[in-house]
Structures are given as structure tokens and as C-alpha cells.
Design a protein around this ligand. Structure first.
Ligand SMILES: *[C@@H]1O[C@H](CO)[C@@H](O)[C@H](O)[C@H]1NC(C)=O
Ligand SMILES: *[C@@H]1O[C@H](CO)[C@@H](O)[C@H](O)[C@H]1NC(C)=O
Ligand SMILES: *[C@@H]1O[C@H](CO)[C@@H](O)[C@H](O)[C@H]1NC(C)=O
Ligand SMILES: *[C@@H]1O[C@H](CO)[C@@H](O)[C@H](O)[C@H]1NC(C)=O
Ligand SMILES: *[C@@H]1O[C@H](CO)[C@@H](O)[C@H](O)[C@H]1NC(C)=O
Length: 565
């Protein structure tokens, strides 16, 4: 108190310091008030928020004075200066990084090529003919599709792929996958090819519109978007080069409203087995745990990679897909429906359930995109749903299975088959209710628990699934190739003693309602899958733990045991 002299100013100063101390004390008290029994980072942040509020609030009359005259409030300001809000501090994206990210999200866009050449003039002879369109002038539809409006029909294009397969009689070509709202389109169109080292485009008449559907399946009407594979040969003098991108236009000199990157994935060495899964439509159905069991089983069988397409999925399914994507075991391509079809979550699902034929026609896009982007990367491509497994009966992997199947197929026909099909048999959900769960298997292992199946297989060639040979398939459908290169689409039917397509469903497909009654009445135990029991339980459970399906405590325990190992 000695500091307080008789002079007015001194007294004021004293008062201010006192006031400052009181204010600080109050802050402290308040801070403690909010701290519950569970002291942690939250209460700390509340505390600092209070500090911030008081010090920064201009309505508090003493801030100025305290800040300039006393030590204690200064230390409060110090605290403030040291506060660290936790924000994303990763370095800002360079343009190159943005380009790379866009490329991943939109594989059909020739953004890398465009970015490299955007500043140089690119057209045929002069500006008025076939200018390379800016990627900002392309006409998109439902995010992933690019348009071409012609005088007779609209094209919605999804992807373009370089085809130099030896079996392809048309020579080096680019095949473009898309939908056209015409049946038997008669419109003449052109491809404008763009090459890396070439400022001018190269023209070629579109050679064919290959319909990826049979008219007898329905929806054979003008006006409905139909799946097509469009072919453009590469002109003789350019056959040594791979085009960077391609546009389809009605008149050669048109400035295109579409420009697709030409996909050519050719790794040093082919891998063995790829699995393709059509657009996932499971927004409300949480199939995450079943999906983990399925992906792990495919991994054990020898699938090198699973290619998913994603329409709408539950957040738990996203979590599973992202996890495997990081491990490079899964690839996920986002997908929408083209044209005026609905893409609003939920509504889209209603549409796909109701419009059966449209759903089927739309599915041909992901199936064939998956084939074409993997043409040179895998020996076999299987199109499976997530409730189906190609199960080797007497062997332990797909490779071992094919080792015994190939000689048999060759004996039947002295030529490579376009596909090897496996017959379908139902493992229906409700059969378990009759028999109960198996005690030595976790209940969440759906496939391991469901070992009762109908005695009969569905008829030969009905509802089969194949290992497709990408050297031979021109267009794929769910069950069989629709068209093949190098002759008719031969398919070898793998004997049921070698492999079976195990199909895990609540019910048979609609078209088999009648037989389904009999399927249910005549069942057998089939524990073929149990040869993978230990491995499958271990791997599935391990993944589920890592993903937090058993609560955080389990995860922590697990991480600990992992680091100990
Ligand atoms: C561009 O070339 C075409 C012929 O290819 C010609 O008719 C036209 O006049 C040219 N335009 C200009 C601006 O040079
Ligand atoms: C438009 O194309 C369809 C075939 O897709 C054809 O039947 C029809 O004649 C064409 N119309 C005109 C005016 O060319
Ligand atoms: C199978 O075809 C190859 C040539 O494609 C031929 O060399 C071989 O003799 C044929 N084998 C049989 C059993 O016909
Ligand atoms: C099941 O197979 C038996 C012969 O093995 C046949 O008589 C019966 O019709 C089949 N049932 C169905 C539903 O295919
Ligand atoms: C799965 O989804 C439910 C509901 O959204 C959520 O409570 C649960 O935490 C999710 N599981 C995981 C592993 O994220």
C-alpha cells in the first residue's frame, strides 16, 4: 500500500491495479466453475474463450487501463497470445496439387494435357476450325458426364479408352463409353483426336455405335438413354501414338462441348484378378460389416483389387471403402445417373427400384468402364455383387482353380475362351433360423454362419458369373460378355465340382419366385467356406476393430497389442 501516495494520479493507478486483480480473480473463479469433474481439453477451451471475451470486449471499461499499466492483465494477454486453435495446417494446395486432385475425382477430364498446353494456340489451320475447347467451356451433366447435342439425339459421355488389343480387327482405336437417347442412331459424327506433340487435331469419322443391350430386354424406345460403346479408329499415320484426349462432334470443325482423357493403363506386369462392382446403392442399409467380410474373403481367394462404383452409401460403408482404398486394395469411382435421371440421395434409390430396366441399362456403364480401364492390367475380370462369391470347391484360391479349369476348357475347345462361368446357388438368409448360429463363429460373420444352401443350382447359364478374359471381351453384361473380339463369345462352364457361385440373399431373384419354394424345401449343408474360417474371422475382426466397430476401448487395446508385437 506504500505505493499509494497522496497524489490523485497515483490513487487512480492503485485503483486500476486493484480492479485488475479483482477481475482476474473472478476470471479464475469462473474458469473453475465450468470445470466439471471431467477436466480435460474442453474445460480449458471454455476457459480461454472467457478470457478472449473479456479482454477483447470493448464494452469492458477497464481494458485499456489494465493493458497499459499493470503486470497481471498483461500475463492474461500473454496467455491469449499463446493460445493455439487447432486448424488444418497442411501447406496450401499448389496448382499442380489441385490439378492432380481434380484428375482423381474426374478421371475422364484431360486436365493434365489441357493444363500443359492451355497457353498455346490449338486448332485446325485457323481459329475457326476445331479449336481445343477450354475445360471451362465443356458441357457437363450430372458431374461426371459430358454432352454432345446433335441435330438428332443427345450423347452423354462417360469415358474414353485406348484399344490396341491384338484381337481387335479395327486396329488401334479409341472406344468411348456413353449413353445416347436414340436406338439405332443414324447421326454421322466425328472424333477429334488430340495428341501430346501436335497442335492440330486429327479427324476421324465415328466408325460404329455398338449397342450394349439386347432389344428383347426392353426399354427399346427412342428418347430413353441407351448404353453404347462408340468406336473411332486412329488414322494410319498416327497409329504409333496414343491420343491424349478425344472429342465427339457433329461437324469436324465444331468447337466441341466434350473432351475426354484417353485412358491407357498399362503396367509393367499384369496382375491376376480384378473384381468390379456396379454402382453401390446402399444409403440406408448399413452393409459395412458384411462388406468387410466380403472384401477379406476376396483377398484370401486372390483378388488383387476390387473396383467399386459409388452412387450413394451409408457413412459406415464409406468408412470401410476409404480404409481399403488407403491400403490400395480397393478403388472407388463416384458415379451419377446421366440425363434427367434423379441423383438426389434416397430419391435415386426409389427410382432404381421402380425403373428396373433403366437400372439395368445404367449398370452397363460401370461394368464396361471397369473392363476398359483395366484392359491391360489384369488377366481376369469378374463382375460380382457384394452378396456373391466365386468359391473354389477343391482348391484354395482362384489361381489354383484356374490352373485346373484351363486344361479342361482347352480340351473342350482349342482356343482361349472369352469367359469362364460359374454356376449360381443360393445361400438364403432364413435357412439359418431353422438351424441356429454356430457357436465357434462370431455372429457378424454372415457368410461363415450361412452354410445351408438349396440343393439345386440354378440352371446352367442362368444367373452365372464369369472370369472374363479382357483380351476377348468387347462389351460386358452382368452375367456374360455381350460381344467379343476374335470370334463368338465362347464361355466355358466351370463344373460345380470345381467352383460355385455362392449367392447370399434374403430371397431368390424375382424371376425365380416359383423355383424358390422348391429351393427352400430342398437344402443341404455346404461348409466349403469353412476352409478359410480361421483366416477370415481373424482378418475381418481385425479390420472391424481398427475401424472402431467395437467401440474405442477395443481399438486402444488393439493398437497397444499391435505395438507390443
Ligand atoms: C480459316 O480457314 C478457312 C478454310 O480452312 C477459310 O475459309 C477461312 O476464311 C479462314 N478464316 C480466317 C479468319 O482466316
Ligand atoms: C433420327 O434418328 C433416328 C434413329 O436414331 C432415325 O430413325 C430418324 O429417322 C432420324 N431422324 C431424322 C430427321 O434424321
Ligand atoms: C490347337 O491349336 C494350335 C494352334 O492354334 C495347334 O498348334 C494345335 O495343334 C491345336 N491342338 C489340337 C489338339 O487341335
Ligand atoms: C432340382 O433338381 C432335380 C433333379 O436333380 C429336378 O428334378 C428338379 O426339378 C430341380 N428343381 C428345380 C427347382 O430346379
Ligand atoms: C455406424 O453408424 C452408426 C449410425 O450412424 C454409428 O452410430 C456408428 O458409430 C457407426 N460405426 C462406425 C464404426 O463408425
Amino acid at each position: 500500500m506504500a505505493v499509494c501516495g497522496s497524489r490523485f494520479l497515483h490513487r487512480m493507478l492503485c485503483l486500476v491495479i486493484l480492479w485488475g486483480l479483482i477481475v482476474l480473480a473472478v476470471f479464475h473463479l469462473r474458469g473453475h466453475e465450468v470445470e466439471g469433474p471431467d477436466v480435460g481439453s474442453t474445460s480449458n477451451s471454455v476457459n480461454s474463450r472467457l478470457l478472449l471475451q473479456k479482454v477483447g470486449d470493448p464494452r469492458t471499461p477497464h481494458t485499456e487501463a489494465t493493458a497499459s499499466t499493470s503486470q497481471s492483465p498483461l500475463s492474461a494477454a500473454h496467455l491469449l497470445l499463446e493460445l493455439e486453435p487447432s486448424i488444418d495446417k497442411s501447406p496450401s494446395f499448389s496448382e499442380a496439387m489441385i490439378v492432380e486432385e481434380v484428375q482423381k475425382k474426374l478421371p475422364s477430364l484431360p486436365i493434365v494435357y489441357w493444363n500443359r498446353h492451355k497457353d498455346r494456340p490449338m486448332f485446325y489451320k485457323n481459329e475457326s476450325c476445331a479449336k481445343f475447347p477450354s475445360i471451362f467451356d465443356l458441357e457437363f451433366n450430372n458431374i461426371y458426364w459430358q454432352n454432345l447435342h446433335t441435330t438428332n439425339g443427345t450423347f452423354q459421355l462417360f469415358g474414353a479408352y485406348y484399344d490396341v488389343r491384338k484381337t481387335s480387327k479395327i486396329g488401334p482405336a479409341v472406344r468411348i463409353l456413353g449413353m445416347i437417347n436414340r436406338i439405332e442412331p443414324t447421326i454421322k459424327t466425328y472424333c477429334q483426336f488430340w495428341f501430346e506433340s501436335q497442335k492440330e487435331p486429327v479427324f476421324m469419322k465415328v466408325m460404329e455405335y455398338k449397342y450394349i443391350w439386347y432389344r428383347k430386354w426392353g426399354n427399346y424406345k427412342q428418347g430413353i438413354y441407351q448404353p453404347y460403346l462408340i468406336a473411332c479408329q486412329i488414322p494410319q499415320q498416327y497409329q504409333k501414338f496414343v491420343p491424349a484426349s478425344v472429342s465427339i462432334v457433329e461437324k469436324p470443325c465444331d468447337t466441341a462441348t466434350n473432351n475426354l482423357r484417353v485412358v491407357y493403363n498399362k503396367p509393367e506386369k499384369k496382375k491376376k484378378f480384378a473384381v468390379c462392382v456396379k454402382g453401390l446403392d446402399f444409403l440406408h442399409e448399413d452393409l459395412s460389416v458384411r462388406l468387410v467380410e466380403w472384401i477379406e474373403l476376396l483377398g484370401i481367394l486372390g483378388a488383387d483389387k476390387v473396383f467399386f462404383y459409388e452412387l450413394q452409401v451409408h457413412s459406415n460403408i464409406s468408412k470401410v471403402l476409404q480404409y481399403y482404398q488407403k491400403l490400395d486394395r480397393v478403388d472407388v469411382t463416384p458415379l451419377t445417373l446421366p440425363g434427367g435421371q434423379p441423383n438426389v440421395p434416397g430419391f435415386q434409390h426409389m427410382y432404381l427400384v421402380k425403373k428396373w430396366n433403366n437400372k439395368r441399362q445404367n449398370e452397363l456403364i460401370p461394368y464396361n468402364d471397369c473392363l476398359y480401364k483395366n484392359l491391360y492390367a489384369f488377366e481376369y475380370i469378374a463382375l460380382l455383387d457384394i452378396d456373391e462369391v466365386i468359391m473354389p470347391v477343391n482348391t484354395m484360391s482362384w489361381q489354383e482353380l484356374m490352373d485346373i479349369v484351363l486344361p479342361k476348357a482347352r480340351a473342350a475347345k482349342n482356343d482361349t475362351q472369352a469367359s469362364y462361368n460359374v454356376r449360381n446357388v443360393y445361400f438364403l438368409d432364413d435357412l439359418i433360423e431353422v438351424h441356429g448360429f454356430f457357436k465357434d463363429i462370431p455372429r457378424y460373420m454372415h457368410m461363415l454362419q450361412h452354410v445351408y444352401r438349396s440343393k439345386n443350382f440354378t440352371k446352367p447359364n442362368q444367373y452365372v458369373k464369369c472370369f472374363h478374359n479382357p483380351e476377348r471381351a468387347l462389351t460386358l453384361h452382368n452375367h456374360f460378355p455381350l460381344a467379343c473380339l476374335g470370334g463368338a463369345c465362347s464361355s466355358y462352364s466351370i463344373e460345380t465340382t470345381d467352383a460355385q457361385l455362392q449367392h447370399y440373399r434374403a430371397d431368390c431373384v424375382r424371376t425365380l419366385k416359383k423355383s424358390c419354394v422348391e429351393f427352400r424345401q430342398n437344402t443341404v449343408v455346404d461348409t466349403t467356406i469353412w476352409k478359410f474360417k480361421e483366416k477370415l474371422i481373424m482378418r475381418t475382426t481385425d479390420t472391424l476393430k481398427k475401424l472402431g466397430f467395437f467401440g474405442s476401448r477395443d481399438v486402444r487395446a488393439h493398437i497397444k497389442s499391435d505395438t507390443v508385437k
